[in-house]
Design a protein. Structure first.
Length: 130
C-alpha cells in the first residue's frame, strides 16, 4: 500500500460579516494571538503552534440558526471547546460577547452563539473517553 502524504489540520475557517470583529471575539474568548491579518482575513491560534481558527469576511453571510429548522440558514458546523470550569467559562464567554442559546440539549454542555451567530459548545471532559 502506498503511504499517504502528511495531512495536518491547520485551522477551521468561519465566515462572518466582518472577519476582524469575529476574530477579536475569539481572541478574547480563547486568549490566542493573531497569526496573520489581511483585508477580509484573520488567523488566530494557540501559542504552542497547534491548529487555530481563521475568519473571512463574507458579504453575503447569513446568520446560522440554532437549533436547525426547516427554514433559514442551517447550522453547518460548530466548535466544541473543552474548559476546566463550565460555570466560569460561560461567564467569560458571555462577558466577551457570546449569547447563551435558548435550546440546551445536554445538562453538562452549554451551547452559546458567537456575535455572528455561529454556535459553539463549552464542556468539561468527564473522563478518559470524554
Amino acid at each position: 500500500m502506498d503511504s499517504l502524504p502528511r495531512f495536518t489540520l491547520a485551522a477551521t475557517t468561519l465566515d462572518a460579516p466582518d472577519a476582524r470583529e469575529l476574530a477579536r471575539f475569539y481572541q478574547g474568548l480563547l486568549g490566542w494571538p493573531v497569526r496573520k491579518e489581511e483585508p477580509g482575513w484573520v488567523e488566530i491560534g494557540p501559542s504552542d503552534g497547534g491548529a487555530g481558527l481563521s475568519f473571512q469576511t463574507e458579504p453575503l453571510f447569513s446568520r446560522p440558526r440554532w437549533p436547525s429548522g426547516r427554514t433559514g440558514q442551517q447550522m453547518m458546523a460548530h466548535l466544541d471547546i473543552e474548559v476546566d470550569d463550565l460555570s466560569s467559562a460561560v461567564e467569560h464567554a458571555l462577558a466577551s460577547g457570546a449569547a447563551l442559546a435558548d435550546f440546551q440539549p445536554q445538562a453538562e454542555v452549554r451551547v452559546l452563539c458567537d456575535p455572528a451567530g455561529h454556535p459553539f459548545c463549552l464542556f468539561v471532559r468527564s473522563g478518559p473517553g470524554g
